[in-house]
Design a protein. Structure first.
Length: 286
């Protein structure tokens, strides 16, 4: 995996699971992600684990980043991941999600175009975070990104994370990149919250690799917290959806407190939706 293969394709709104098997690859990807954001005027948070904050700062200095000014001005924060994720002595997903939401709001208040967050997730194994909590955290974090004000990269070293951890947490991300990614890599799925109409615009593909992320985003825009507003899902730029994605749409339409309507369905997707019975008169496919 080259750092540029990942970082240069990540934009505000993306939430990427970066799987690596070499500390230097993880460092290069994280460093380029943070440095690129700072040069664009973004605020940046780097939660380190495999290396101390001082080493991360030295790496950024080596990339030509003026870390002293960035740190002093609050544009950059580098801190051990455990201090953030395990504040209070144990990992509580809701606490971390609230903290990240506050950081995004702060970046906007201070006039930054966006916030970049990178987290080395190795702390989860040492601090006994359950796979259930980790998966839930990663899935629910997607609501922080679909507004387009932040980008996130989560580093998972597959030498240490067993498959029973890595697979569920990866599917909670819209996009995953591994060590053999090349320069043609782009995030598999992008999702953008829409305000008028209320809903979600989906771009790319949905399959087993990002199904939990998709379900979490659907729940965010259609759940009871939306005050029962009708929801429009724009799928005109969705190039592929598997049966699991169609089933998630069916469940959403059955359980949502108000109408969920799809627009821009391509013929193949319409036929797939027919198979899982989502084109009934209760909601439309346009």
């Amino acid at each position: 995996m080259t750092a540029s293969a990942v970082v240069d394709q990540v934009r505000l709104g993306d939430h990427v699971c970066c799987v690596h098997d070499d500390e230097s690859d993880g460092l290069r990807a994280a460093g380029r992600f943070v440095a690129g954001g700072l040069r664009l005027g973004h605020r940046a948070l780097w939660f380190t684990d495999a290396l101390p904050p001082a080493a991360a700062r030295a790496h950024l200095d080596g990339q030509g980043v003026a870390t002293e000014a960035a740190l002093a001005g609050g544009q950059l924060r580098i801190l051990p991941a455990a201090e953030a994720y395990v504040a209070g002595g144990r990992f509580v997903p809701e606490v971390m999600l609230d903290a990240l939401a506050a950081e995004i709001d702060r970046a906007r208040r201070e006039g930054h175009p966006g916030l970049r967050m990178v987290g080395d997730m190795g702390w989860a194994l040492r601090h006994g975070a359950s796979v259930t909590d980790l998966r839930r955290y990663e899935a629910e974090a997607n609501r922080l990104f679909i507004d387009g004000h932040a980008a996130g990269m989560c580093l998972y070293d597959r030498r240490f994370f067993p498959a029973e951890y890595l697979l569920p947490t990866a599917t909670a991300h819209p996009a995953t990149v591994g060590p053999r990614a090349g320069h043609a890599w782009t995030p598999l799925l992008r999702a953008h919250r829409t305000r008028d109409p209320h809903g979600l615009r989906l771009v790319g593909e949905i399959d087993r690799s990002n199904r939990d992320a998709f379900a979490a985003m659907l729940d965010d825009v259609t759940g009871r917290a939306t005050n029962e507003r009708a929801t429009v899902l724009d799928v005109s730029e969705l190039s592929f959806a598997d049966v699991g994605a169609a089933s998630a749409l069916a469940r959403t339409r059955r359980n949502a407190p108000s109408t969920v309507r799809l627009v821009g369905c391509h013929p193949t997707l319409t036929r797939l939706l027919d198979l899982v019975d989502v084109t009934d008169p209760a909601g439309g496919v346009a």
